[in-house]
Design a protein around this ligand. Structure first.
Ligand code: CA2
Length: 147
């Protein structure tokens, strides 16, 4: 069965808990629940993880080489800074989709730079929490060769 790893980076554990005026009221647990529902509908296995630590995210990306067919990553602010995460994604040769809640191209200039984007096959952004199930559908269709 196709297995997808969904990774979430720093501060995303605070979703729905802090600054709801900026990032909404949906929690990461709500998002995980929605993703599990979509994964069941698509008949895929899914692992959903969050860490505030760059090295932990890198270790998880390395895990994907053996155990997963695709990675969806919202690397949070590491998106804009981490050459190490970019190198890790490039090293595993697992199709990777970049995901963001907000439209990073319509925010501050420093968010326009994405190191993850240099190694991802596609980008979904600006759809809030709904972007997560959309990303699952997109990566499954990419892996099955439909898009
Ligand atoms: O839009 C996204 O998904 C981001 O990856 C979110 C990151 C931001 O640094 C990226 O530029 C775009 C920030 C996540 C912070 O999440 C919080 C949630 C609640 C309270 C505070 C932060």
């Amino acid at each position: 069965m196709t297995a997808i790893l969904i990774l979430n980076g720093p501060n995303l554990n605070l979703l729905g808990i802090r600054q709801p005026e900026v990032y909404g009221t949906t929690t990461l647990a709500d998002i995980e629940r929605d993703c599990r529902k979509t994964a069941r509908q698509l008949d895929v296995d899914m692992d959903f993880r969050q860490s505030n630590h760059e090295g932990v995210l890198i270790d998880w990306i390395h895990d994907a080489r053996q155990a997963f067919d695709g990675i969806i990553i919202n690397a949070g602010a590491y998106t804009h800074t981490s050459i190490a995460i970019m190198d890790a994604i490039a090293s595993v040769s697992v199709p990777t989709l970049e995901l963001h809640l907000s439209n990073i191209h319509e925010r501050e200039d420093f968010r326009r730079v994405s190191f993850v984007g240099k190694v991802a096959f596609d980008l979904i952004m600006g759809h809030g929490a709904k972007g997560y199930p959309m990303a699952l559908e997109r990566i499954v269709s990419h892996i099955s060769g439909k898009t």
